[in-house]
Design a protein around this ligand. Structure first.
Ligand code: MGP
Length: 341
């Protein structure tokens, strides 16, 4: 499958530089938080292990062509800049984004709408309370991938270079940094990118991740213009699903009592989820797509065309949290597709 188990140190890559330069030329908002940090030497992560989750996989087969899609939906307003402290500590300065959002340690400090997520904080980040404390903004609280699930996905995505197109506060990027040689983590929000880097530092993996403030669609479009772009083996897509109300479904479809209405890929942001997938496939056949548990399975299958897709249910305890859909060489029995153009 062409996967590489060795790891190497990440600096800012030619690709990152190219993209940043392109952004500068276009006067678009982009910045990188990849400047080297002295003494960024947190604990070395343990060798990756397979996480045991109550999961099941079911390959789906189909052959429907994927339709062309409408124009991108309006992008969310962008924040322009973020100030982050570089804190002097024994052993060198460390990146610390503590000023950007509150780190809660007691439920009494937590706003009502975040209480449910706060009670799961150690499932989200097992090192949540390790100084200076993991940081999440509102969107991070409701959309970060719980750590065991992130580790499970990272294990399946073991490769040389992975692109996390919507890294949020870093849950998946941190896990990928423990199984992949190089992680390119994008987010359109400078705040969330700073929080991701802060959290990655707590896990001792910040120096293995290239954090790039960029809109994913612009990033891949820019990359397509490069004469000789760096190979990206896998793209991980965990886009916004439209907020915590995604479970209410995205249409007036009828459902049986007690069931959640179906979620359609057309509700994915910033563009229709089928379009997002097809644009990503222009870069690599190997896509891991993190989707709501109530996503219409036939739509997931349709994306695969003549190939198979493997759908992994992500459980924590007795609760189904989400689906990860593995396409291309990531799907069981399709390893030969991993290095295909
Ligand atoms: P959830 O259903 O909001 O939480 O999200 P929970 O605790 O299962 O809610 P309950 O009321 O059913 O108990 C379940 C998981 O989906 C979260 O842990 C996140 O990993 C993921 N998730 C949720 N949202 C709203 C998003 C999103 O917008 N984008 C992405 N990528 N993941 C999300």
């Amino acid at each position: 499958m062409g996967k590489n188990k060795n790891k190497r140190k990440a600096g800012m890559s030619g690709l990152a530089r190219f993209v940043l330069d392109s952004f500068k030329t276009d006067n678009a908002t982009a910045s990188s938080s990849t400047e080297p940090i002295q003494g960024d030497s947190g604990p070395t992560p343990p060798p990756p292990k397979k996480q045991k989750l109550d999961e099941s996989s079911s390959p789906l087969n189909l052959s429907e062509p994927v339709q062309d899609e409408p124009e991108p939906k309006a992008p969310a307003p962008q924040e322009s800049s973020v100030v982050v402290n570089i804190v002097e500590r024994p052993g060198g300065p460390r990146y610390d984004a503590s000023g950007l959002v509150s780190h809660f340690e007691d439920a009494s400090e937590v706003p009502e709408h975040l209480q449910k997520y706060f009670s799961q904080r150690y499932r989200l980040f097992s090192r949540y309370s390790e100084a200076p404390g993991c940081l999440l903004d509102d969107e991070g609280w409701f959309s970060v991938t719980p750590e065991k699930i992130a580790n499970q996905i990272a294990e399946r995505c073991r490769c040389d270079t992975i692109l996390d197109g919507f890294c949020g506060v870093g849950g998946n990027a941190i896990a990928f940094a423990q199984t992949c040689n190089r992680v390119i983590a994008l987010d359109v929000s400078p705040t969330r990118l700073a929080l991701a880097r802060h959290n990655a530092q707590i896990y001792g993996v910040a120096d293995r991740i290239e954090f790039i403030q960029a809109d994913y669609l612009t990033f891949i479009k820019t990359r397509a213009l490069q004469a000789n772009p760096r190979k990206i083996d896998i793209i991980f897509l965990s886009p916004p699903w439209g907020g915590p109300s995604y479970l209410s479904g995205s249409t007036d479809d009828q459902t049986a009592e007690g069931e959640h209405p179906p979620y359609h890929l057309s509700s994915i942001l910033p563009i229709d989820g089928a379009d997002l997938f097809q644009r990503s496939r222009a870069i690599t056949p190997n896509i891991a797509y993190f989707l709501p548990r109530n996503t219409v399975l036939s739509e997931i299958a349709e994306l695969a065309g003549e190939e198979n897709v493997e759908v992994e249910e992500e459980w924590t305890g007795s609760k189904l949290k989400a689906l990860t859909c593995y396409y291309g060489g990531l799907a069981n029995g399709q390893g030969h597709l991993f290095d295909s153009p």
